[in-house]
Design a protein around this ligand. Structure first.
Ligand SMILES: [Zn+2]
Length: 229
């Protein structure tokens, strides 16, 4: 993991959770047992960590998604999440609570950056489906998702379908986040949150570095000092 490092593609920040073309090409899916909300579950692992080629923004790397969630990291900048975080949905709910899948937690400033650079989010915003949620870090439950065999046209992948057939028992992915505390916010409110939580720049005081010429000046008698007899 590149803690605190942004991954750039041209001048766009690529979320750490996004899968790359070489990872799709060389996918070696496997099952790993992980503990989610106290339960040990068979989870999908991509079996490869090779973020090279081109980022596929619509698809996520299962292991890296769990990594950011487990370590409370922002998926954009990989820094530790601040106290108040932004998640994104398109209206999905678990009963009445927002259900977050690919819009995993971000720092408010990173959420604004994502909105400014991601055509997909901009389309959702234009069509009125984009939901931006401000909530406290960790104020969510983890909901693993059962993987189903799916055709390529429905987002499936033959290597994963083969794995599911051979494993013979349910395999999980995700998890999705069920927010337990949330507030629907606008980009303007997120910008206000960024301003409110950004410390003001420290004033720059000129620093005094004594050097030999200053020291020499200081030993000169002041012009008004009467000459010593
Ligand atoms: Zn961030």
């Amino acid at each position: 993991m590149w803690m605190g490092e942004r991954i750039q593609w041209g001048n766009v920040t690529v979320p750490y959770t996004v899968i790359w073309s070489d990872e799709i090409e060389n996918r070696k899916p496997a099952v790993v047992i992980e503990r989610i909300e106290g339960q040990r579950l068979p989870m999908l692992s991509e079996g490869i960590h090779q973020p090279t080629g081109k980022p596929i923004f619509k698809m996520l790397h299962a292991d890296r998604c769990r990594e950011v969630v487990n370590h409370n990291l922002c998926q954009m900048c990989l820094d530790h999440l601040p106290v108040r975080v932004v998640t994104v949905t398109q209206g999905q709910q678990d009963r009445y609570r927002p259900l977050v899948s690919d819009g995993l937690p971000m720092c408010p400033a990173c959420a604004l950056e994502a909105l400014a650079s991601c055509p997909g989010m901009q389309r959702q915003q234009a069509s009125g489906t984009l939901r931006l949620w401000l909530s406290r870090r960790g104020a969510w439950l983890l909901a693993p998702v059962i993987l189903a065999i799916a055709s390529e046209s429905h987002g499936g992948h033959e290597s994963i379908n083969r794995l599911l057939r051979s494993y013979g028992r349910p395999v999980f992915t995700g998890p999705k986040l069920v927010l337990t505390q949330w507030r629907l916010v606008s980009p303007v409110e997120i910008a206000e949150e960024v301003r409110a939580t950004t410390p003001p720049p420290t004033p720059q005081h000129p620093t005094y570095e004594p050097n030999s010429s200053d020291a020499a000046e200081r030993t000169q008698p002041h012009p008004d000092t009467p000459p010593t007899p």
